[in-house]
Design a protein around this ligand. Structure first.
Ligand SMILES: Cc1ncc(COP(=O)(O)O)c(C=O)c1O
Length: 404
């Protein structure tokens, strides 16, 4: 029989280019927990990097996937039309509102960003894009050109896309500096891309006045505003999408991660008038809107709709618990909470790594982020129960408090 030490077997056959936070050998997942080959349960505060928002193997999602598999696995949306693809696009358009109802599906977040870049370049006929320092938009050469969260992601890949510009991510409202910066931008700029909460770069929510100002500046200059809601979308920040929290509507939005509970799916979504300018055939993809991924997406919407009203309460619970336990901690620099996207900034990367390792010993999976890798990030399934959340945060704060 093959060994279930997947980590050791993986070391021999998987490219080391893909890093691993843990060496857990996982055979199954249910709700907020992952289970190892020797039967141990781990509370998953990573949700597969903000993907398993409905929890692991939610019965409604599993049922939808199983039923779709028995009916149609692939036919290519470029060859025929099929129901799950159209239904999901309709449902997404409905929850996005604001005329954001023309959908191009992809398999991943990176490809959703790639589609956004191509759409923006194509319709504006301008190559330039403004992004924000510390942003993460993906690893294909186009998306990577806008990614600066870690230098190692870019090292060795030059030349990347030309005509990219970067403004410091707004940790505070830097609208005035932004306005002055806009005056210096060349005419070759056609679009601006921003994560409304900086994700990989450190879990930093952008201030509403800044985003409003950014919208106004884009309007004044005729620039397209792209929101990368790959991590913030689908309930993660307490609303369906974070742009709704700010009442700032982008021209183009990128979605992925939580959209289909772990089936590979992303989307580049815009208004029909913009999409109509993207000539048929100018972009495409064999698996665009795969039937099974889309079925998972439709079921995911149903589950998220049920848990959405609970997010702000769970967010408050986590925030209160964290602030009570850690606010006077000398090595905790900041606690940032937006829905169930929670960052605890620590003194340095070594401490962060140490905390993650001890949490793992206590069977709680936490991962990190931040340009200096010094932020513990908590992004549990949105379906997590208040008791599970309490248990995980208590473990984490105990571990942090043991390091003073
Ligand atoms: C904000 C953001 N954009 C883009 C991506 C890339 O998505 P993917 O890993 O699905 O290609 C990620 C992934 O972490 C992300 O968080």
């Amino acid at each position: 029989m093959m060994s279930s030490d997947f980590a050791s077997r993986g070391d021999r056959v998987l490219s080391p280019v893909l890093g691993h936070y843990t060496r857990l050998n996982i055979v199954s997942g249910k709700g907020s927990y992952l289970y190892t080959s020797d039967g141990a349960a781990y509370l998953d505060f990573s949700a597969g990097i903000a993907v398993a928002s409905t929890g692991h193997c939610h019965p409604k999602v599993v049922e939808a996937i199983q039923a779709q598999c028995a009916q149609l696995i692939h036919a290519c949306a470029g060859v025929v039309y099929y129901g799950t693809n159209v239904t999901l696009a309709e449902r997404l358009g409905h929850i996005l509102g604001n005329n954001l109802n023309s959908v191009f599906f992809t398999q991943s977040g990176t490809e959703a960003i790639e589609a956004c870049i191509k759409l923006a370049k194509y319709v504006t006929k301008k190559p330039g894009i403004l992004a924000f320092e510390g942003g993460f938009h993906g690893r294909s050469l186009g998306a990577l050109s806008l990614t600066t969260s870690k230098l190692k992601y870019r090292d060795g890949y030059a030349p990347l896309l030309e005509h990219t510009y970067f403004f410091p991510y707004p940790h505070t409202d830097t609208s005035e500096e932004l306005a002055r910066y806009f005056d210096t931008l060349p005419d070759t700029i056609g679009a601006v891309i921003i994560e409304p909460v900086l994700g990989e770069g450190g879990y930093v929510p952008a201030p509403t006045p800044f985003l409003k100002h950014l919208r106004e500046l884009c309007d004044a200059r005729g620039l397209l505003l792209i929101f990368d809601e790959i991590q913030t979308g689908f309930g993660r920040t307490g609303s369906w999408f974070d742009f709704q929290n700010h009442n700032v509507v982008p021209d183009i939005i990128a979605l992925a991660k939580g959209i289909a509970s772990g089936m590979p799916l992303g989307a580049c979504i815009s208004r029909p008038d913009l999409m109509a300018k993207w000539s048929t055939g100018a972009h495409g993809g064999t698996y665009s809107g795969n039937p099974v991924s889309c079925a998972a997406g439709v079921a995911t919407i149903d589950v998220i709709a049920e848990v959405l009203p609970t997010i702000s309460e769970k967010s408050k619970q986590a925030e209160t618990q964290l602030r009570q336990a850690l606010s006077d901690h000398p090595l905790v620099c900041d606690i940032r909470v937006k829905g169930l996207m929670i960052g605890i900034e620590l003194r340095d990367a070594a401490l962060t790594k140490q905390i993650m390792a001890v949490c793992l010993e206590k069977h709680v999976i936490v991962v990190s982020c931040g340009i200096h890798d010094n932020v513990i990030r908590i992004m549990p399934p949105l379906t997590i129960s208040p008791e599970e959340l309490n248990h995980g945060i208590s473990c984490l704060t105990e571990v942090i408090n043991a390091h003073r």
